[in-house]
Design a protein around this ligand. Sequence first.
Ligand SMILES: [Zn+2]
Length: 383
Amino acid sequence: MAPIDPVAATQALIRCRSVTPVEGGALDRLQSWLDELGFTCHRLVFSGDGAEDVDNLYARLGNAGPNFCFAGHTDVVPAGDPQAWRVDPFAGTVIDDALYGRGAVDMKGAIAAFVAALSGFLDERGRDFGGSISLLITGDEEGVAVNGTRKVLGWLQERGETLDHCLVGEPTSDARLGDTVKIGRRGAMNGRITVYGIQGHSAYAHLADNPVHRLIAMLHAITAEPLDQGSDFFPPTSLQIVSIDVGNPATNVIPAEARAVFDCRFNDRHHSGDVERWLRERLDRAGARYDLDIRVSGESFLTPPGRLSDLCRAAIRDVLGVEAELGTTGGTSDARFIKDACPVAELGLRNATAHKVDERVGLVELRQLAQVYRAVLDGYFGS
Ligand SMILES: [Zn+2]
């Protein structure tokens, strides 16, 4: 088949309106290229567990090991007000050597770059490259991620199919393409604190128990000292109070309740359970009656530097002349599920415009990423 062009492929994917959890034709498009490249494609629609149905794609070429997997997502976050954009966010328009559109960097561009790399690799190497290549692409990474990657991994496990290494195409680059490879992610949890007091007249405070004062003390107790000083590949754990809510319209009433919300991104020195214990210990000292409702969206994890991160760094050095740093910053990603299956690293475009109005990628950058992915494949299978 004709080689796949990363720019045209990204445009084709952007034109599919695949806002989570809608498939929007994006997986169909991707599958059509993979079918042509000879992959065996499985469409996996998962439902239930209180979340919407999600369409996923697992495609594999070859039966032998090792199985090199590229993982990602075709779903995108909403475009917001389309009038705020320079162009239609789903038109895939090129202006001044940049391709605009929702998903351009997060992460349709990376998927297109990988498929382009793949078509070049297979064109040159044929089918006998000594292993398998697979793609695990979900339609729900930006949403609740219940019926996406996690369930595809379960399905693979049931089939007895293993992944040996996995590269995730999330936009990890910062100031320039290839400057950061992610080898782990911080854990994420948020918590809602509700403090109960006794309502009363503020002029007769001795007859009341002011939950606002107690809440202030409690918040101070959990923010006064850091949880840690960071670790080898992680920054210090960050705990941010993001909201304090009392909602009291009166000036002469001590309210009965006060609430606050915090967001915590913790490093690999903690499991979420340790963080919760740390929090409760400090909150308990305030001596107030309170509820703490904690949601954990992911544990921290690290794939220690090794073959996959070495390959990525070498590919970046060869193609771009850049020395990549191994990092763990940013939000969470589906790598948090994949890390239980095999070593995982993340490498993709610059994230400057991800989730923003006028999300865009430079055409040169897109082609360079395809070259980097190609170099990773060559390195993995030995060129
Ligand atoms: Zn993403």
